[in-house]
Design a protein around this ligand. Sequence first.
Ligand code: ADP
Length: 434
Amino acid sequence: MRYYDWKTELVRVMLPLAAAAVLSTAFELGAWPVFVVAAGICTWLLWQLQRLSDWLYRGSGTEPPEAIGMWGQIFDTIYDMQKQATGDHDRLQAMIDYLRASFASMSDAVVMLDHQGNIEWCNDAASELLGLRREDDTGLQLLNLIRAPSFVGYYEAEKYGAPLEMASPVNADIQLSISISFFAERNRLLFARDITRTYRLEKMRKDFVANVSHELRTPLTVINGYLETFAEHGGENPRWDRAIEQMLKQSRRMHHLIQDLMLLSRLESVPKPKEQDRIVLRPLLEMVREEALAAAKGDRSIEIECDDSIVLKGQATEIRSALSNLAVNAARYTAEGDRIVLRWYQTDSHAVLEVQDSGIGIEPQYIPRLTERFYRVDQSRSLDTGGTGLGLAIVKHVLLRHRGELRVRSHPGNGSTFSCLFPKSLATKAESAA
Ligand code: ADP
């Protein structure tokens, strides 16, 4: 296609004007011929503009008007751009249709929300799992349709790192795992997955552990009682005495194991009580210090560093149990003469309950797995110390129930620091304590 530039158009305008000027001079007609030609050129230009405007007004898809020179070029270029844009649009639409078709066929609920939280689109599973109707609910605020407090809290907090588990708003027997992510500007994509089966299996597992622990406790208490009586009245046969001593030791271990399993089951299944205790830390640290001293084989220096100006809001028995596990661990994994510090303080971001020891420490590669049930860095040594392998799992669950987290820093051979980081909102001034 030939390319016209402004010089060609200039020639096209100037030629008739020059001819008019020559005509005026030759026949002494004054400025009239030039004026008439200039008026003609202006009219022609305006007519071209009118055609362009009419064509654009008719919308894309119609053929452009025929025109010469630069005007033809403008019409053709706009026409090509329109065709290109229509092609792009069709391709994008096809892609959106394809994605929607695949989302629509999913068994998980999918809901697309605009930046104001209005429903833009949802699939059929969203009606089954969340009670949303694509035709009627499109354009409505999602929070007006799903009003479960746990969902509203999760949605508004905008911390979508972990999914929310909740009962379906349409059928309480269906358990859902809901995850939300942002896309585009502030639009949101919500997925809801039916996890009823996994939830039931998990519940069965928890119930099983809780029931087995409970059922084992009574016979074990009887066995323990008899063994203690035998141990008290022993002395006749040293071989039997040794055997009874071993049996007593193992049955006590089992007793601790069952206690820990039952505590873990309770922490997992019993809902968090609404009422919070105001825990004054110094007496608690002192009590735990005594426990740790009793658990230690040999001398330990156990110091307390406590910020008495703040108290912790939480469940006193649970916090005590977590702290006691950390302190007893510190006593177990240190040697005679080592130092242990129990601390309570606050930083700019957290309230911290901490147990530091100068004991054997832990290799960095083991640290991420410490809170797994029955995970032990050194099987033989842990059994030797009488641990159950559940202590740090209990600490983790207690912290989860207090919106806290466990941070472990350790240097093999130089000791470890286990810090329970609580949100600052759980620490209040001691004066306001009841
Ligand atoms: P256990 O009853 O075996 O102590 P825990 O869950 O309390 O079980 O701890 C898990 C593992 O973490 C322990 O087996 C031990 O290897 C390691 N550990 C816990 N606390 C300490 C510590 N203060 N120093 C060194 N190792 C520790």
